[in-house]
Design a protein around this ligand. Structure first.
Ligand code: UT7
Length: 343
């Protein structure tokens, strides 16, 4: 059984927000942002919804793969910023893309969500003997970003990316491996947006169940209208976990990192990527980086990067890739996968 990436698509919304623009909004400057993060600009929604961005990326992905929408068996959308809890974003996509035979559901594993989505899709294609899955990573983080908080608002962008994978049980290559991890004890380092119980049966606005929560977490949940991040702690976490994930999935696949064409990391900070490259003894050109014009788009960053690489013609059939994510939860992981646009 084998699995291949057959197509990609992405969408960046209309408003380009530069570091210079942000200088007018908060006490920051272009030099600080570029030196500390690698970001020069990011695109922000002008009102386009998470669902609409996902739909556009999905449409472009199906076109790129050259298949009929009715052939799609599975749609998984990963996001922390969908408009509705139900119907899910993936339900809208399934209907609007005309994928009438597809199973559709959403997942949320924050910035690791796309990697979780690909691993889930592969497992489902295999157990249910299906062929095509679309995994979409989409986020409108501007909805939940505090534009008075310079420590977060300079980081995030909006966008959507989609990838179509094909599962084939005719071939005998074992060319997919996944390493997924979570550690809820670190959850307080990255939080955002509560959905507390405000029903008439609850006698206080903040219905956090204290029994299950650490004290600092209770405070964060009660006040979480926006994304909150302890940048330094997340930075330490990210640099450690990204290396662990890359090394593990390379060992699982019996493939040395020299044989991997590109490592495609979650685009959170170019310093995290540079640090990982140094520690792994790899040149930076083996890591794909487009954070300079994208910012951190959470779930969308890896599929948007893959679409960027596809458009630039960077990959050939048979190229091996490692996709790696880390973020809220805290979650982290990597998948080893093969690129193959043509059978
Ligand atoms: O997507 C999920 C995963 N997310 C990540 O992986 C993000 C991980 N964290 C990071 O990328 C970095 O920690 C940040 C980019 C968020 C921050 O960079 P840093 O080098 O860790 O900066 P810092 O938080 O240690 O702050 C250094 C200084 C502080 O001033 P003092 O206390 O040294 O006087 C901050 O107040 O920089 C200040 N600062 C800023 N200055 C100008 C913080 N934000 C800004 C800003 N402009 N936007």
């Amino acid at each position: 059984m084998s699995i291949y990436i057959r197509g990609t698509g992405s969408f960046q919304p209309g408003i380009k927000l530069t570091n210079k623009d942000l200088e007018k909004m908060v006490d920051t400057n272009d030099q600080w942002i570029v030196e500390r993060t690698g970001i020069k600009s990011r695109n922000i929604s002008d009102g386009i919804t998470t669902v609409e961005m996902a739909l556009e990326a999905g449409k472009r992905c199906i076109k790129d793969a050259g298949i009929n929408p009715e052939e799609v068996d599975l749609i998984i959308v990963s996001s922390v910023s969908t408009e509705m809890i139900t119907p899910t974003c993936s339900s809208f996509i399934q209907h609007k893309l005309g994928c009438k035979n597809a199973i559709a559901f959403d997942i949320n594993a924050a910035c690791t969500g796309f990697v979780y989505g690909v691993a889930n899709a592969r497992a489902m294609l295999k157990t249910m003997n299906m062929r095509y899955a679309i995994i979409i990573g989409v986020d409108t983080l501007s909805k939940i970003t505090d534009y008075d908080d310079r420590s977060t608002c300079v980081l995030f962008g909006d966008g959507a990316g989609a990838v179509l994978i094909e599962y084939s049980n005719e071939e005998s290559k074992d060319n997919f491996h996944a390493y997924l991890r979570s550690d809820g004890s670190l959850a307080r380092y990255l939080t955002g947006v509560n959905r507390l119980n405000e029903s008439p049966f609850v006698d206080r606005k903040n219905s956090v169940d204290k029994e299950y929560l650490d004290e600092d977490m209770e405070e964060l949940i009660n006040n979480s209208k926006y994304l909150y991040m302890d940048g330094r702690e997340v930075f330490k976490f990210a640099t450690k976990k990204i290396i662990e994930a890359i090394k593990t999935v390379s060992e699982m696949s019996n493939t040395s990192l020299d044989e991997v064409k590109y490592i495609v990391p979650h685009q959170a900070n170019s310093r995290i990527i540079e640090y990982s490259a140094r520690k792994l003894g790899l040149p930076m050109d083996r890591f794909f980086v487009n954070i300079d014009t994208m910012g951190n788009t959470s779930s969308a960053s890896i599929p948007m990067a893959l679409d960027d690489m596809n458009k630039q013609g960077l990959m050939s059939d048979g190229d091996k890739l490692i996709l790696t994510g880390f973020g809220g939860g805290m979650t982290w992981g990597a998948v080893f996968v093969e690129w193959s646009k043509h059978k």
